[in-house]
Write a protein that binds this ligand. Structure first.
Ligand code: GLN
Length: 309
């Protein structure tokens, strides 16, 4: 049985928070440098509606790479597996999330998976809609639905900050365009992708969205199937194989929970059939994952035997 009280959870947060000092906040997107490195919060959402939480729980963070799981789910619903996996592969890279190293050396030019930036850009390109604004609004509506929070929005400041400084992602788009993986205007795609990454959630929202994946796509309240079972399964599989970038192996061994991180310090976790976990801790390790957040998940996983393996 998992933590039963906020107090019990707070003790683990206090222990994990010590690790935040060893990391630092992302600053390659200038607006993210304003995040508080000492912040740490967690929410655990149960299928029966109970939720326990601890730490700086009302802080919002931008999703950054966590959004890649949400956009992937949406385009799998929009287009089906075959069409999506024609544009992006299924294999982990073992490289950093923004690496360009393997793009040219594969037998077929295709980003290796949807969790690295190149793959995520190819996925975002597939979001359906008449205009870029339409496509973003569909993604935002989907994010609201899976987190059960109709108030979710995005940070214009963070989106704008990434838009102005994201030279590498822009170059990845041109590479993808050269190889016919995308065929839209690069600035339009960058605008959509940076807004996607700037969608803001609290640890509660992340935990609720995590629970939907944990429950094979079912809304815990209405029991409605809001994500098809297969789509949810594919997303959870990518969380295991690529969710922590080039730290996915160590994460699987030490923690063993399908999870996705972002450089703002967020982590969405889905313990199959059981819980959704949302964490926010902006101080990052050298792989770009929340350093205190990982420690907290490790403490939780060990204490309550949460590993799926
Ligand atoms: N918006 C970020 C980027 O593209 C997301 C990266 C991440 O969270 N790892 O660089």
């Amino acid at each position: 049985m998992l933590c039963q009280s906020n107090e019990e959870l707070q003790k683990l947060v206090d222990e994990a928070r010590e690790y935040a000092k060893k990391g630092k906040v992302a600053d390659y997107i200038p607006a993210l440098a304003k995040n508080n490195p000492d912040e740490l919060s967690v929410a655990i959402q149960y299928p029966d509606g109970r939720c326990i939480s601890a730490g700086d729980i009302h802080e919002k963070i931008t999703l950054q790479s966590i959004s890649k799981i949400i956009s992937l789910a949406l385009v799998l619903i929009d287009h089906g597996e075959d069409a999506v996996f024609r544009k992006v592969g299924m294999e982990p890279t073992g490289d950093p999330f923004n690496s360009i190293a393997k793009l040219e050396t594969m037998s077929e030019v295709k980003p290796l998976n949807p969790m690295i930036n190149a793959g995520a850009l190819a996925v975002t390109h597939l979001i359906k809609g008449n205009t870029t604004e339409d496509r973003f609004n569909r993604l935002l509506a989907f994010s609201k639905m899976i987190s059960g929070n109709s108030n979710i929005g995005y940070s214009e400041e963070v989106a704008e900050s990434e838009m102005q400084t994201s030279h590498l992602n822009r170059s990845l788009c041109y590479f993808l365009k050269q190889h016919n993986i995308i065929d839209e205007d690069v600035e339009e795609l960058m605008s959509l992708y940076t807004k996607q990454c700037a969608i803001e959630m609290t640890c509660f929202d992340l935990a609720k969205a995590g629970l939907v994946f944990a429950l094979d796509g079912k809304d815990p309240e209405t029991k409605e199937q809001i994500i098809p079972v297969d789509v949810s399964r594919i997303c959870k599989t990518f969380m295991v194989t690529c969710g922590m970038y080039n730290e996915a192996g160590e994460f699987a061994i030490k923690i063993g929970i399908p999870a996705k991180s972002g450089v703002s310090g967020g982590i969405l976790g889905a313990v199959p059939g059981k819980y959704g976990i949302g964490i926010s801790g902006p101080s990052l390790n050298e792989k770009g994952n929340s350093i205190a957040g990982l420690k907290l998940l490790e403490l939780l996983s060990k204490k309550y035997s949460l590993s799926i393996f």
